[in-house]
Design a protein around this ligand. Sequence first.
Ligand SMILES: [Zn+2]
Length: 324
Amino acid sequence: MKMAIKEARKSKAEDKRIHPKVGVVIVKGDFQGRAFRGEKGAGEHAEYTALERKYPRKSIAGATVYVTLEPCTTRKHPKTPCVEWLIVRKVGRVVIGMLDPNPQICGKGIRRLRDANIAVDLFPPELMAEVEELNREFIHEYETVLFRVPIELNRGAGANLINPHYSNDCQHLDDSDFDLRTVINHETILIVVGDGLAAALVDNPVAGMLRDEIDRFGGGRAFRRAVLIGCNRWLTDTALKAKKYPTISIGGSAANQLTDIIVKLAEASKSIWPAGKGGFGAFIKQEKPRVALWGDTAAENRAAVEHYINSADGLASFLKMCWK
Ligand SMILES: [Zn+2]
């Protein structure tokens, strides 16, 4: 373990950004292999360096691998995450110096190894503290991520807080020269929010809640998701306005004109109902169903959305209509 920490100290960063310092020691019988991050190539993870660059032909089945940082579970395509390299090489046990502070990996590396029947242990507390101290800046990066999302936008993690499909969307849109049909279709729910500052501050987070709930119902299927869009954009975009997309409008008519439009049509068919504490809902069925959820205050807007998410004849039955 101490040797792995020694290796970690040698890590080379590939650019000016903060990267973890990671060392690996592989022990099997008399054999002892070592590697550190960036040893053989810029940005190359230590486990990859050891398994694929330094000892690709060595039989290490059953070996114990000491690694100072939890092995990664996701890497940008086409790179293979380090856990998979460890599993392919059938190592017997992995001893880890610290959890990955990246919320997209933290704990998942351990679980993936355990699922593959590889024993997992942690360094003893005083050595874990040493590894954490060595990576203090790296940990700090993730601990502060929520407070500076704009910088994180460049790195993926923060972007996924705003759009859970960010990485996929980037890939599809860039590959297709921004052809929207690669990311949405007639099953995709448009969530329309007001464009003003107040809507941005208090309705967008509520819309995000609804978006996550719809994505959850969608179960990861590519188009069964929701996307957020501002009402001015929606009103002027004929493709979106066309009746083929199911739509949910959030926020009162003062902030969001689409709510006004839906409510007027719903009044005629008498499909307006009280929703939550002071909130309201309205429904119309054009080619696709459309719903408005609103109240007089920000809290009532939220109550209306929560009520819709939780009631049996609310969101669940709306999605049943959309996703036959
Ligand atoms: Zn890795």
